[in-house]
Design a binder for this molecule. Structure first.
Ligand code: NAD
Length: 437
C-alpha cells in the first residue's frame, strides 16, 4: 500500500520506517529540512534504540523516502497525521495549529478513496471536526483516528508489535471502509494476534487521553504514598512491591521518584482538563489537577532534599546531575523533571553539572545556562553531592567504592529509588531516596 506520514518527529519517523518495514511504500513528510535531510541519509534525527538500523534496512529496499514537499502525499491511499500537539503557551489546552495546518495542506492532494488517519493525541471532538473538513473538499475520502501508544525508548518494537490497535471511524462500525484499509496496513500485527478495537471517533480520541491520565495518576498515587512514607518513616519501595503483588493493582508504574515528564503525559492531562471544561464536564477531571500538583511537588522536594543533604545551603555546592532526558533510552528533554530540578538548583546558587549519554545536545538548547559534561567520570569529579535523576543503565551500574574516589563529598540523592541503599551506605555514602527511610 502507498502510505504518507505527515510529521516525522518521535512518533512519525518511527511510524514511517516501521510501515516500510511491513512492506508498504512510504513517503515521510516534514516541514523541518534538517530532519528530512537526516532521515533521507538514513540517520535518526533523535536517539531511539533500533531506529537508525531500521532506517538503513528499509531505505535499501527503496520503499521509504522523505521530503518536505506535501504534494508528494498525492497518490498515497493512507495519510497518517503525526504532527505535534504541544501545550498552548500560557494555557492548559492543546495547540492544534500544527494538526489543522497539516490537514489543510493535505486537502488539495486527496483523491477518491483516500483515508486520512490521525495518530496525534488530540482533544476529543477534533476528529469529527476534521472529518467534515475532509468531506467538504473530497466527499469520497474518509478520516479515521488511530491513536498511538508507543513508548519512547521502545518505539520501534511498540510500532511493529503494538499491544492493541484502536480504529476510530465515523459510524463506529466494523463495516466502515476505513476498517478494511487499516486492516491491510496492520495485517502483520493482526496476524500475530494483536487485539483490534473499532470505535466511533470520540471514543478513539478519548482512549488515548484516558490511558495517559491513568498512567499519570498511578505515578502520582505512588508519589503521594512516598510523601506519606517520608512523614511516617516508612519505605515506599517495599510498599509498592507489596501492593503491586495484587494483580488488580500491578507493580508497573508504581516507582516513586521525581515524577513524570516528557512530551506527552504532562501536556496531555492538562489538555484533557481544558477540554473537559469546554464540554462542561470539568468536575470529572478535577482529580487530574491534584495528579499534576503531586507531580510538580516532587521537583521541589528534590531541591529541598538536596539542600538538606548539603547541610542547609546550596550556595556554591557542586551538584552533579546524572541524567537529563525525561527517561532512559531517550534523548527527549521536553518537560524533563531532571532538567527542571537541575535548573532550579542552579538558580538557588548551586554549581550544577549535568551529564547524560544521549540528551546533552537537546538539554543545552533548552537550558544553555547549565554546565554539561559528556563523560560521567568528568561530571562526577569533585562533586559535593550527586543526584541520580534519569535511570540510565550506566548510572545504576556505578560502583559506590570507585565513585567515592572521584567526588569531594560522598552524598547521593537517588531520585528514582534504583540504587541499592545498603551497598552505597556500606561504602561510606550518605544516601537519600524518595520516600525511603
Ligand atoms: P515531535 O515534535 O517530535 O514531532 C512533530 C513533527 O511534526 C515535527 O518534526 C514537526 O516539524 C512536524 N510538523 C509540524 N507541522 C507540520 C506540518 N504542517 N507538516 C509536516 N510536518 C509538520 O512530536 P512527537 O513526539 O512525534 O508527537 C507527535 C504527536 O504524537 C503528538 O500529538 C503526541 O502527543 C503524539 N504521541 C507522541 C508519542 C511519543 O512518545 N513521542 C507517543 C504517542 C503519541
Amino acid at each position: 500500500m502507498r502510505i504518507s506520514v505527515i510529521g516525522c518527529g518521535y512518533l512519525g519517523a518511527v511510524h514511517a520506517a516501521c510501515m516500510a518495514k511491513l512492506g508498504h511504500d512510504v513517503i515521510g513528510i516534514d516541514l523541518d529540512e534538517h530532519k528530512i535531510a537526516e532521515l533521507s541519509a538514513a540517520r535518526a534525527p533523535f536517539f531511539e534504540p533500533g531506529l537508525e538500523e531500521l532506517l538503513l534496512d528499509v531505505q535499501a529496499t527503496g520503499r521509504l523516502s522523505f521530503t518536505t514537499d506535501l504534494g508528494a502525499a498525492k497518490g498515497s491511499a493512507v495519510h497518517f497525521i503525526c504532527v505535534g500537539t504541544p501545550q498552548k503557551k500560557g494555557e492548559n489546552g492543546a495547540d492544534m495549529t500544527f494538526v489543522d495546518a497539516a490537514v489543510d495542506a493535505l486537502l488539495p492532494f486527496l483523491t477518491e478513496g483516500d483515508v486520512v488517519v490521525g495518530k496525534s493525541t488530540v482533544p476529543v471532538g477534533t476528529a469529527g471536526r476534521l472529518a467534515s473538513v475532509v468531506r467538504h473538499v473530497q466527499p469520497e475520502a474518509d478520516l479515521a483516528w488511530n491513536p498511538e501508544f508507543l513508548r519512547e525508548g521502545h518505539a520501534v518494537s511498540d510500532t511493529l508489535a503494538p499491544d492493541r490497535l484502536v480504529y476510530g471511524v465515523e459510524n463506529g462500525s466494523e463495516d466502515h471502509r476505513s476498517v478494511t484499509i487499516l486492516d491491510s496496513v496492520y495485517q502483520s500485527a493482526l496476524d500475530a494476534g494483536t487485539p483490534r478495537l473499532v470505535t466511533d471517533l470520540p471514543t478513539a480520541e478519548l482512549v488515548k487521553t484516558a490511558a495517559n491520565s491513568f498512567l499519570a495518576t498511578k505515578i502520582s498515587f505512588i508519589n503521594a504514598m512516598a510523601e506519606l512514607c517520608d512523614a511516617a518513616g516508612a519505605d515506599v519501595s517495599l510498599l509498592a512491591d507489596a501492593i503491586g503483588l495484587d494483580d488488580r493493582i500491578g507493580r508497573k508504574f508504581l516507582n516513586a521518584g521525581i515524577g513524570f515528564g516528557g512530551g506527552c503525559l504532562p501536556k496531555d492531562i492538562r489538555a484533557f482538563m481544558a477540554r473537559a471544561g469546554e464540554l462542561g464536564a470539568d468536575q470529572a477531571l478535577t482529580f487530574l489537577r491534584e495528579v499534576d500538583a503531586i507531580n510538580m511537588r516532587r521537583r521541589t522536594r528534590v531541591v529541598e532534599l538536596t539542600r538538606e543533604l548539603c547541610g542547609g545551603s546550596l550556595l556554591g555546592q557542586r551538584v552533579t546531575v546524572l541524567g537529563a532526558a525525561f527517561k532512559p533510552e531517550s534523548d527527549d528533554v521536553r518537560d524533563s523533571p531532571a532538567l527542571s530540578i537541575a535548573a532550579q538548583l542552579q538558580l538557588q546558587g548551586a554549581v550544577v553539572t549535568v551529564t547524560d549519554p544521549e540528551a546533552l545536545a537537546n538539554a543545552s538548547r533548552r537550558f544553555p545556562e547549565l554546565h554539561y559534561e559528556k563523560s560521567t567520570a568528568a561530571a562526577l569529579r569533585n562533586a559535593d553531592v550527586i543526584l541520580l535523576l534519569t535511570e540510565w543503565r550506566e548510572y545504576l551500574d556505578l560502583d559506590p567504592y570507585e565513585t567515592a574516589e572521584s567526588v569531594a563529598v560522598q552524598r547521593v540523592l537517588d531520585g528514582r529509588n534504583v540504587l541499592d541503599a545498603r551497598k552505597w551506605r556500606a561504602a561510606g555514602w550518605t544516601y537519600r531516596g524518595l520516600g525511603r527511610p
